[in-house]
Ligand binder design. Sequence first.
Ligand SMILES: Nc1ncnc2c1ncn2[C@@H]1O[C@H](COP(=O)(O)OP(=O)(O)OP(=O)(O)O)[C@@H](O)[C@H]1O
Ligand SMILES: [Mg+2]
Length: 241
Amino acid sequence: MAAPIPALDIDGLVSWYGKVEVVSQVTLHAMPGETVALLGRNGAGKSAMMRTILGLEPPIRRAGSVELDGEEITGRETHEIARLGVGMAPDDRKIFPHLTVEENLVLAQKLTASGREPRTLGEIYAMFPLVAELRRRGGAGLSGGEQKLLAIARAAIQRPRVLMLDETSEGLSPVMVQELVAVIHRLQAEGITMLTADQNLRFCSKIAKRGYVLERGRIVFSGSIQEFWEKVEVGEMSLMN
Ligand SMILES: Nc1ncnc2c1ncn2[C@@H]1O[C@H](COP(=O)(O)OP(=O)(O)OP(=O)(O)O)[C@@H](O)[C@H]1O
Ligand SMILES: [Mg+2]
């Protein structure tokens, strides 16, 4: 039997913000349905990595390869990469404050790339019960945690195959983190492959078995979250700034 092909396979990726190399020779992969953590302190290059994968500018993609289910996507336009099934919940959420929660979702549904079949509101509300409760609320009236859940729901409605979550647990109360973990487990049950950038090791250990640690754009650790945690505990590695 042929070896399974990674859902996301990145090899020697390099990108720049202006003259500064922010992603340096990054090689990583996620198998279909796997959730992989991307750890690293502030400014390590986690967001730059995600933006590079999605073909967003800045940064400027320069070298290396990104394959989606074995298909090369390097150099393609962002809308084309989205059409192939890569989605992102960005760290700055980008919720429309003057629209209700439901209107934000409907807009994302309408903006689903042609050729992809978006999820229904009912499906999303079943996966995100808290978002369902908030559906008539205005975007401006949401807490930071509620906005983060909505940002994920909005990405999920476009039925991505690979979903990138940027700093989703940051600044959330323990109750909201629990809600987030439950939501991510539901997305995992749907078979979605995820890459999650975070600094919260405890949160990552609840949703991922494996991860990569970035430092100044380079991978300095790859392996099990448990193994990394042990290195942090003995002071061999750190995520502190
Ligand atoms: N728009 C930009 N223009 C120029 N440099 C940038 C820009 N955004 C980020 N950088 C720089 O790129 C590097 C990587 O930043 P990035 O935002 O990817 O880090 P991060 O790991 O996501 O950090 P954080 O945990 O703070 O979100 C940092 O040195 C940062 O200062
Ligand atoms: Mg970031």
